[in-house]
Design a protein around this ligand. Structure first.
Ligand code: HSE
Length: 441
């Protein structure tokens, strides 16, 4: 074991600055724990002011990434640039230069994992990515190693702190979507481009990384069904609350004999669901194994300090030799696995919340229930509400809860309903997600 691990950091934004501060404040304690020192030898950023802000000495700051990539004394590169273009080049170059890589870049791994892992293997180096999913929550290590004895049947995750913060603030404090998003940005939870958070892409990136690992599959990012939270309306969150549900943006990966289903969408979960209690920037991820049953991982999924915590855990894993050995031995990454068979979302059997805006006149309910009935869709509840203040005259909301039905049939029923003369706006649907059966395969 080396006494000092020399590290180069590329990208000193919110998380990078957190890493700098963590190593400064906790460096001695970590050295005491693991018997070696993590030395941040160089920090590269386009703006020298960023690392200077957190006290990196001027002679350790550079604007030229080559100063890290070509320094033979540096054995680990932390990539915190983000994005999938220049970050990819830095990661590949670092690996080819014989350096291990630590990254929080879920987009990069979701889209180019196969190439990156293969390059690492060819170079005899490793890629560590604990910070890519679930912020500070140890998730990669437990799935890869702690649950190694299990065949995993499903992952259900609240994987985006920004969305969870927005939904909780809207639900619990009645804040507007825009206000909650701006607060999440200020708190440093959101991506540089917050569209990636709210449209579900960030959750899908993380789901791709986790599903590849859990199911030993070369998951194709584009095969994930993705819906975000941008078009959710306060009135649906309120209607859900009345029915005992809370709305969460979930990333769901399930394995059955038919194949893998991968989806990201807002979901109503009952207040007693294991994921319901996670609010604000917290993430919560349920993983189901055939021996262990249900396991739940909970913690801060975004933000400077939690993410820095995960990055430093990876540095230590590399420093003590565990990570490189595991990277080499475990056959769990994209580059050593095949593309799975996917189950299309239309083939899943789910329950739905549906809100329709309809003309308030006799016979309309019968028309609606007939559209569902024609496709064999059973209804669990149907309620007509008082008109909302902003609804056009004579239009009322009707809320329907269905029994389990195939999504393809549901889409056909909704298309028939939307075409009814009495239906005045596109139907709003939110899927209801129940607790996964603990031992389902
Ligand atoms: N923007 C991400 C989130 C950061 O809000 O969860 C952590 O990946």
């Amino acid at each position: 074991m080396a006494d000092v691990l020399k590290i180069g950091l590329i990208g000193c934004g919110t998380v990078g600055q957190g890493v700098v501060e963590l190593l400064r404040i906790e460096g001695d304690e970590i050295a005491r724990k693991v018997g070696l020192r993590l030395d941040l030898a160089r920090v590269a950023d386009r703006d020298r002011g960023q690392p200077a802000k957190v006290g990196v000495p001027a002679d350790r700051i550079t604007t030229n990434v080559r100063d890290i990539l070509e320094d033979p004394s540096i054995s680990v590169v932390i990539e915190l640039v983000g994005g999938t273009t220049i970050a990819k080049e830095f990661v590949l170059q670092a690996l080819r230069a014989g350096k291990h890589v630590v990254t929080a870049n879920k987009a990069l791994l979701a889209k180019h994992g196969r190439e990156i892992y293969r390059t690492a293997r060819e170079a005899g180096r490793c890629v560590a990515f604990e910070a890519s999913c679930g912020g500070g929550i140890p998730l990669i290590l437990p799935i890869r190693e702690g649950l190694v004895a299990n065949r995993i049947s499903a992952i259900y995750g609240i994987l985006n702190g920004t969305c969870n913060y927005i939904l909780s603030e809207m639900d619990e404090k009645g804040k507007s979507y825009a206000q909650a998003l701006s607060e999440a940005q200020e708190a440093g939870y959101a991506e540089l481009d917050p569209t990636l958070d709210v449209n579900g892409t960030d959750t899908a990136h993380k789901l791709a990384v986790l599903a590849s690992l859990a199911f030993m599959a070369d998951v194709e990012f584009d095969r994930i069904h993705i819906e975000g939270i941008e078009s959710l309306e306060a009135q649906d969150l309120a209607a859900g609350r009345e029915l005992g549900y809370v709305c969460k943006l979930l990333g769901i990966a399930g394995r059955t004999e038919a194949g893998l289903s991968l989806r990201v969408h807002p979901a109503f979960v009952s207040r007693s669901h294991p994921l319901a209690g996670s609010s604000g920037s917290f993430n919560a991820i349920s993983v189901y194994g055939n021996w262990v049953g249900h396991t739940l991982y909970y913690g801060r999924g975004a933000g400077q300090k939690p993410t820095a915590s995960a990055v430093v855990a990876d540095l230590v894993g590399i420093a003590v030799g565990n990570t490189a050995r595991a990277f080499e031995r475990f056959r769990t990454l994209n580059d050593v696995n095949a593309e799975p068979v996917y189950v299309p979302i239309d083939d899943l059997h789910l329950r739905y919340y549906v809100r329709l805006m309809v003309a308030d006149r006799a016979g309309v309910m019968a028309q609606i229930t007939r559209c569902f009935g024609d496709l064999g869709i059973g209804l669990r509840a149907i309620t007509q509400h008082e008109p909302t203040d902003d609804a056009p005259d004579g239009t009322v909301p009707v809320v329907v809860l269905t029994h389990k039905t195939r999504e393809g049939e549901m889409k056909r029923a909704l298309a028939a309903i939307a075409a009814l003369d009495a239906v005045r706006a596109a139907p709003v649907t939110i899927r209801l997600v129940e607790e996964h059966e603990e031992y389902s395969s």
